[in-house]
Write a protein that binds this ligand. Structure first.
Ligand SMILES: NC(=O)c1ccc[n+]([C@@H]2O[C@H](COP(=O)([O-])OP(=O)(O)OC[C@H]3O[C@@H](n4cnc5c(N)ncnc54)[C@H](OP(=O)(O)O)[C@@H]3O)[C@@H](O)[C@H]2O)c1
Length: 327
C-alpha cells in the first residue's frame, strides 16, 4: 500500500465474518456537492452485522459501516458550507464507512464540536442520535416516569439509560450476565438479568403492578412478547432492533387484551430524513455529551484490519458500550 491508496473492508458475498476482506484502491475524487474525507475513526454498529450477513441485503460487492469521523480533505464543486480541514462526522445514509478515505455528500455531514474527540464522535453518533429520537420524539420521556430499557449495557442502551435519568426518569435496565449487571448499575435504577430471572414479574413488582409507559427494545425476538406484559394500559412498545433475531408476526389482538397497547418499529433514517432534522438530532446529542448528561463508554478498539473480529465479538455478546475501528 502507498499513501496514494485507500484501504477498505469489502464483502463480495453475504455471510459470516470471513466474507470481510481488506482491500486497497485509488483514493476517490468528490463529485458535485460532495467532499473527500480522510477518516480518523469509524464506529461499529449491530446493523453492520445485518448488512454483512444479508439480514438487511446489500447490492454486492459492497463496503460496510454506517458512521465515522474525519477531516475534510478535498471539496467537490458546489460545496458551500464546509472547508478543507473541517472535522466532521456522519451516521446513517449509504453503507461503506469501513475505509480510510470516503466520499460523502455535504448534506449528510455534521461539524463535530472541538471538545468531542474523534473516537467519541465516530463510535457514538449513530447510537446517540438513536437515543435522542427514541427518548424525545418517539416517546417523550418525562420526569417521574419509570421506563424499561433492554440490553442496558450495550451501545444504544447505555446512552438511552443515562439520558433518560438526566430527564428525571427512573430506569429499569435488563442485561445478560453478572458482569454486565455491575456495569449497568451505574446508569440504571434497577438492573435485571434477563438470562436468569423472571424479569417480567420483577418489572411488575417494581412498578407495583402498574407496568411501565414505554419499553425500549433493541433485542427483538427474545424480548418482544414478554415485554408487552411489562406495559401499563395504553403503553408504547418501541421495538427498535433485532439483536436476538427479528420479531415474528403476532396476533394483533394481543395489543387489545394486554391493555390497548401501541407498537412502533422506528429507524433513525426516518427521524433524520432532512437536513434540519439531522442537525437538530445530532446537535442535541453533542450538547448532551458536552453537558455530561451522557458518558458513553468506548468499550472496544480495533484496527480497521481487525473489523471481522469486532463483528465476532459483537455477535458473541462480548462487547459493552461502543466499538471503534481505527483506520
Ligand atoms: N432502529 C434504529 O434506529 C436503531 C439504531 C441503532 C441501533 N439499532 C439496533 O439496536 C440494537 C442495539 O444496537 P447496538 O449497536 O447498541 O448493539 P449493542 O447493544 O451494543 O449489542 C447488542 C446487545 O444485545 C444483547 N443481546 C440479546 N440477545 C442477543 C443475541 N442473541 N445476540 C447478540 N446480542 C444479544 C446483548 O447484550 P446482553 O448480553 O446484555 O444481552 C448485546 O450486547 C441492534 O439491534 C441495532 O440494530 C436500531
Amino acid at each position: 500500500m502507498t499513501a496514494t491508496q485507500a484501504t477498505y473492508i469489502c464483502i463480495e458475498q453475504h455471510g459470516d465474518e470471513q466474507q470481510m476482506q481488506l482491500q486497497f484502491g485509488p483514493i476517490p475524487s468528490p463529485g458535485c456537492g460532495e467532499v473527500l474525507l480522510r477518516q480518523t475513526a469509524i464506529g461499529v454498529n449491530f446493523i453492520d452485522t445485518y448488512h454483512r450477513s444479508g439480514l438487511y441485503p446489500l447490492a454486492l460487492p459492497s463496503g460496510l459501516g454506517m458512521e465515522a469521523c474525519g477531516l475534510v480533505e478535498t471539496l467537490g464543486a458546489g460545496v458551500n458550507d464546509l472547508k478543507i480541514g473541517d472535522r466532521v462526522a456522519y451516521a446513517g445514509g449509504t453503507v461503506g464507512a469501513y475505509t480510510t478515505h470516503r466520499i460523502m455528500p455535504e448534506s449528510k455531514l455534521v461539524l463535530v464540536p472541538d471538545s468531542i474527540p474523534d473516537n467519541m464522535a465516530a463510535a457514538t453518533l449513530l447510537r446517540g442520535m438513536t437515543a435522542q429520537y427514541l427518548l424525545k420524539q418517539t416517546f417523550p420521556v418525562a420526569a417521574g416516569q419509570t421506563i424499561l430499557v433492554h440490553a442496558a449495557a450495550g451501545g444504544v442502551g447505555q446512552i438511552l439509560c443515562q439520558w433518560a435519568q438526566s430527564l428525571g426518569a427512573k430506569v429499569i435496565g435488563t442485561v445478560g450476565g453478572s458482569s454486565k449487571m455491575a456495569l449497568a448499575q451505574q446508569w440504571c435504577d434497577w438492573v435485571l438479568d434477563y438470562n436468569n430471572t423472571d424479569w417480567v414479574a420483577q418489572v411488575r413488582e417494581i412498578t407495583q403492578q402498574q407496568g411501565v409507559p414505554v419499553v425500549y427494545d433493541g433485542v427483538g425476538a427474545a424480548t418482544f412478547l414478554p415485554s408487552l406484559d411489562c406495559l401499563a394500559p395504553r403503553g408504547l412498545m418501541v421495538s427498535f432492533g433485532n439483536a436476538s433475531g427479528a420479531v415474528d408476526a403476532f396476533n394483533l389482538g394481543l395489543l387489545a387484551s394486554k391493555g390497548s397497547l401501541f407498537v412502533t418499529r422506528p429507524t433513525l433514517g426516518h427521524y433524520t430524513s432532512n437536513r434540519a432534522a439531522l442537525l437538530a438530532c445530532a446537535n442535541d446529542y453533542f450538547a448532551a455529551l458536552e453537558a455530561g448528561l451522557v458518558k458513553p463508554e468506548i468499550g472496544q478498539r480495533y484496527a480497521l484490519s481487525e473489523a471481522a473480529q469486532a463483528h465476532r465479538d459483537l455477535a458473541a455478546r462480548k462487547t459493552t458500550g461502543a466499538t471503534v475501528l481505527i483506520p
